[in-house]
Ligand binder design. Structure first.
Ligand code: AMP
Ligand code: MG
Length: 310
């Protein structure tokens, strides 16, 4: 009888201990900040009140280098002149983009910029271009035509009229730079969400961050992921698109055909150790289709891919 009582007490006490938050988390609350950056909502959640400003400042710094919408950015200047001595950050991300171009057999290609323009996605004045215009524009596409001069950070285009668009990787890179800054400030817990590019730094008051993936068609949240020190990014046909003659044209372009991607995928979510990889690969898989997922997971370590079909 006494033995039973002791066992019950031990079980009860361990259950209570299990539910009591760690003492260091008792007094902590989370600061939630929202900003506008990179053309989207930037959300920062952290027990550290300085995290929001640190993240925002760093993301704005990267945006001022990489945004094609800022005429003074390095990317805009390079697009105008075809050759530019850049900052180490711009050089790094263009180099990284070329690596993803090779890894994805050309599906990820930042030189799609002129195609993005003629389909009207840059100015949001959508139109289906003439086929002759698509064929002509395709001559400007191909990241193998970007020359990188490592010794002095010079980027040069081989063909005049070429342009780059970092829209598929810049948010991820900006988030990674912000995470680096947080670590430099000794901040160990923070969630950054830059328009669906998410990084979970450390944990949320002692437990993993919980992230849901929304079905783009029904709006229902499917499965909660519990993440620590992990990036997650989603690409899909629901983000930016237009309808013409009842056909949906999405903003992700197949660099081989010059046409917006058409496949069975509604959205692709990629989990990776860093946001740059998650961002680039979610766009690339949207172009490549479901069949190539296995190939990519063999080539790139530490990634998980989830696809929602139409
Ligand atoms: P994301 O939302 O990360 O999938 O990026 C989509 C954006 O990347 C588009 O709005 C374009 O600016 C750009 N983009 C479109 N197609 C490609 C492609 N095949 N490779 C790289 N960037 C692309
Ligand atoms: Mg992307």
């Amino acid at each position: 009888m006494r033995k039973k009582l002791v066992i019950t007490l031990v079980v009860l006490i361990s259950a209570i201990l299990f539910f009591i938050p760690k003492p260091e988390n008792l007094s902590k609350k989370l600061f939630k900040e929202e900003y506008l950056a990179l053309g989207t909502y930037l959300q920062v959640i952290s027990p550290d009140k300085d995290a929001g400003k640190i993240v925002f400042d760093e993301i704005k710094r990267i945006e001022s280098l990489l945004s094609k919408y800022d005429p003074d950015s390095e990317v805009s200047r390079l697009n105008r002149t075809g050759v530019l001595k850049t900052s180490p950050e711009t050089f790094y991300i263009v180099k990284k983009s070329k690596e993803f171009y090779s890894l994805t057999n050309g599906a990820f290609d930042i030189t799609v910029a002129p195609l993005v323009d003629i389909w009207g996605f840059t100015e949001k004045k959508y139109e289906v271009p003439l086929e002759t215009n698509i064929i002509k524009t395709l001559k400007l596409v191909g990241s193998d035509k970007i020359i990188l001069r490592e010794k002095d950070f010079v980027i040069q285009f081989k063909t005049s009229g070429m342009k780059i668009d970092l829209g598929a990787i810049a948010k991820g890179y900006a988030v990674d730079c912000a995470v680096k800054k947080l670590k430099e400030h000794g901040i160990k817990s923070c969630l950054i969400n830059a328009g669906g590019q998410i990084y979970c730094l450390g944990d949320r008051l002692g437990k993993p961050w919980r992230i849901g993936i929304k079905n783009p068609r029904s709006g229902k949240v499917r499965g909660k992921l519990r993440l620590r020190n992990r990036a997650i990014a989603t690409s899909g046909d629901y983000e930016q698109y237009f309808f013409k003659d009842e056909k949906r044209y999405t903003h992700i372009i197949n660099p081989k055909t010059g046409f917006p991607v058409e496949n069975a995928i509604a959205s692709v979510t990629v989990l990776a150790p860093d946001s740059t990889t998650a961002d680039a690969l979610s766009t690339a898989i949207f172009v490549l289709g479901k069949d190539k997922i296995k190939l990519l997971t063999q080539r790139i370590k530490g990634i998980e891919i989830r696809v929602i079909e139409k």
